[in-house]
Design a protein around this ligand. Sequence first.
Ligand code: ARG
Length: 460
Amino acid sequence: MAEKKMWGGRFRQKTAALVEEYTQSVSYDRLMYRQDIAGSTAHARMLARQGIIAQEDAERIVSGLAQIREEIESGSFQWRTEMEDVHMNIESRLSELVGDAGKRLHTGRSRNDQVALDFRLYVSDAIREWQEQVRAVIAELVKQAAQHVDTLLPGCTHMQPAQPVSLGHHLLAFAWMLRRDYDRMADCDKRTRVCPLGAAALAGTTYPLDPASVAEELGMFGTFRNSMDAVSDRDFAMEAMFSGSLVMAHLSRLCEELIIWANPNFGYIYLPDAYATGSSIMPQKKNPDVAEIMRGKVGRVYGSLMTLLTTVKGLPMTYNRDLQEDKEPFMDTDKTVSSSLALMAGMLSELRFNTGRMAAVMRSGFLNATELADYLVGKGVPFREAHHITGAAVALAEDNGKALEDLSVDEFRSVSELIGDDVYAVLDYEAAVARRKTQGGTGPGSVRAQLEELGAWLGA
Ligand code: ARG
């Protein structure tokens, strides 16, 4: 037999090569080496504090683990498939480096609680990074919005021009979405950063461990309450992937707007060259590929969430090897969410708006029709009737190739006697936006209040 497995005591036959390849996870779970080393370091120190291993052994373990970390980071570490996973790769190297002390590290611990700990730390570290990246995207939205409190564009429902809105208000709608994502991630982190170490294989352990001190050393919020739950729970990873799915949904909605706005028929934005690509055949083209790919990547993130939801479905207690399938979906999600957030922040920071074009489009779409209806209501006309009269005014203007505000008083009078000279001030687009000054409305006061609130949050 070439090499004894760590668990090989009772085995007489060598593992089949295909089995080794099929069951290994080291090709991807090696990304958790930092968390594995941090967890083992904390575990070793606790074992010594509790008098379970000698202080000198703990010291040898801790310095051996530090050396292994350097070997991994410098690229000299030999990762071995036959050692299955990151945990056994590191532990076997530790035994090479510090002998018997290394072999004492696994006292009172199983790979089941070890992997749960490593993965929780890994997911938590990722979530915290996403949060900072979400914050950066919000900061870019706030920066752009602050420049465009008074820039107007057609606000849409059903993708049809509806009412004029402030561009700042429109951009901040995305900031608030992302702000909820941030909070959702923080909430998810509370349940993720909980320490399962001490659950051992499934039943707890006979050694007098002190899980709370390990949790504290690792900056975790608390410890497990039930050893069986602790080794079988992957809720945190699914919650994190849901948070990732939702933030990707939000990014893809923003991408969709950018793609539409970049179409010359809209012409609302100039895509930064650094975030666009050209066509190999049509020289005039500038394609919003980054936004398209980001929109396209949403599918794999949703898919990863479904993967793990499906993996855990119907699993009996407690740890089952199926759970090894938790890591790749999360790691792919992490890579996608993280790179998408970084790109969105960069793209937004260089985005420029064609405000003249927005104003021109806004003036050609009867976006002040609601204002006319409200004006008639102010003169005592029931709203439904005012709506009808306004429709007639729109039809009249349209027939004459005019905007509502271009109709003469006489023309207005042909649809309602109640309309007078004072209608023009009401139809003014800026005035229409400014009238929407209740909380959360598109009026400049409300937009500035939002900017202030988000600014304070970003500063905190
Ligand atoms: N590589 C394994 C995983 O990711 C580690 C835990 C293995 N535990 C076991 N009892 N075989 O789930």
